[in-house]
Design a protein around this ligand. Structure first.
Ligand SMILES: Cc1cc2nc3c(=O)[nH]c(=O)nc-3n(C[C@H](O)[C@H](O)[C@H](O)COP(=O)(O)OP(=O)(O)OC[C@H]3O[C@@H](n4cnc5c(N)ncnc54)[C@H](O)[C@@H]3O)c2cc1C
Length: 403
């Protein structure tokens, strides 16, 4: 670790996969500059990065030309290279997006066109016999096959990025919560529970808290983060044979969430079913009973929440019902795997997604990176931001001034 002058060249808030990838990219491309990463938790990757599905998205879904589409495609190659260089598991198990009946075919075909336009390698539509050859227990009318979709352990990848940051001379301060940010002319002062940190440039990658931290630095009020809990179960060990790889529904284009899916986990850790998307009453609330009054008051006091609720209340109730009733969750999953029984779903878990919502109540689809003065803020980095993290880091570093 380099001992730097009282003013660091770069300070990054957030030791999730995005913040640490930015730190590593800075250290690789600007040797001699000092970099400090701050996180309020005692481990790296404690929130979204450590609670996700572990899927390396190939880039099927995203609007052509969007930041998500471009950075996801570039990110896949960079992530794969990183895993190879660091001896980390990368299992290209492939994925099926399944149309259960004729009605779902137009949407599946549109997805195929989008994926082809984005240059996703090897995608094709296959019939029921070819689906059965890959997934004998899956009911399908047809499916889109994406052979290059992969699975990884984003937690392990993030720990390896942190090791690189330390090896390259960066500093990571854990247990250090950012409470205030002040503009001091040629530098930024970051007030933390571990004392003040001075830096010439600041990058905010604070996930579920990113809007609040950005506002401390003078960022705009919107978009605001609305937390959506993604709940899942594991398939009982002896029933994991029901799924060989990744089985996804045809997505609803109105939502950035991909729908409850079956996910083979890396390293033989079994199969997960989920996540759903339920409005969370605490930004870092991983259990249904977690309620944080300050988070609820902020949600309730903001007009965007009510506009969102007015447009999407039916879906909200549908998701909540599946969350409260395990038998309903299982029944929905059974429409893909008819042999699945409610008692096959065990060991529930959850992650919380940081979804930016605009003042008009729209769920912001694309990545949003905002600049104000010496500060660059990642305002929306939902899925596939873990897949795209190295590409997002390159994008950010290219836009950051030098010290
Ligand atoms: C259920 C679920 C499934 C997903 N599945 C996938 C998937 O399969 N593939 C994929 O590519 N993506 C997936 N994603 C999305 C992906 O996990 C996120 O986009 C990605 O992890 C975002 O990383 P991040 O570093 O921006 O945020 P985070 O990992 O949330 O990190 C933000 C960090 O900021 C810190 N922080 C916040 N406030 C402060 C403060 N005031 N002071 C100091 N530190 C602070 C937090 O402690 C945290 O460590 C999924 C997400 C969820 C929730």
């Amino acid at each position: 670790m380099r001992v730097f002058s009282p003013v660091a060249d770069y300070c990054i808030i957030g030791a999730g996969i995005v913040g640490l990838a930015v730190a590593r990219e800075l250290l690789l491309t600007r040797p001699g500059y000092s970099v400090v990463v701050l996180d309020k938790e005692s481990t790296v990757g404690a929130h979204q990065t450590g609670h996700n599905s572990g899927v390396v998205h190939a880039g099927l879904y995203y609007k052509p030309g969007s930041a998500k589409s471009q950075l996801c495609r570039r990110g896949v190659g960079l992530l794969r290279e990183f895993c190879a260089e660091h001896g980390l598991a990368y299992d290209e198990c492939g994925k099926l997006v399944v149309a259960r009946d004729l009605h779902e075919m137009p949407a599946l075909e549109r997805l195929f066109e989008r994926a082809t336009d984005a240059g996703v390698p090897g995608v094709r539509i296959i019939g029921p016999a070819a689906v059965r050859a890959r997934e004998p227990h899956c009911r399908a009318y047809a499916a889109l096959l994406s052979p290059s979709t992969a699975i990884v352990d984003f937690g392990a990848i993030t720990r390896a990025i942190a090791q690189d940051v330390l090896r390259l001379g960066g500093e990571i301060r854990l247990g250090c919560q950012v409470q205030a940010i002040g503009d001091r002319g040629d530098r930024v002062e970051v007030g933390t529970t571990g004392g003040p940190v001075m830096a010439r440039r600041l990058v905010i990658c604070a996930g579920l808290q990113t809007d609040r931290v950005s506002r401390m630095a003078g960022g705009s009020r919107g978009p605001q983060i609305v937390p959506f809990r993604g709940e899942y179960y594991h398939l009982r060990r002896d029933r994991a044979v029901l799924v060989n790889g990744l089985i996804y529904p045809v997505p609803d284009p109105r939502y950035p969430f991909l729908g409850t899916h079956f996910t083979k986990l890396i390293g033989g850790a079994g199969v997960s079913v989920g996540p759903n998307a339920v409005l969370a009453l605490a930004r870092e609330g991983y259990r249904r009973r977690d309620v944080r009054l300050a988070d609820v008051a902020e949600l309730a006091g903001w007009s965007g929440t009510w506009r969102m609720a007015r447009s999407h209340w039916r879906t909200g109730i549908y998701e909540l019902a599946g969350s409260l009733l395990k038998s309903l969750f299982a029944r929905r999953a059974r429409s893909y795997i008819p042999e699945l029984r409610t008692r096959d779903l065990v060991r529930p878990g959850a992650g919380v997604r940081a979804q930016a919502v605009s003042d008009s109540g729209a769920l912001v689809d694309d990545f949003v990176i905002e600049r104000h003065g010496r500060v660059l803020s990642v305002r929306n980095a939902p899925s596939p931001a873990a897949t795209a993290s190295f590409a997002i880091a390159q994008f950010i570093v290219q836009r950051l001034g030098a010290g």
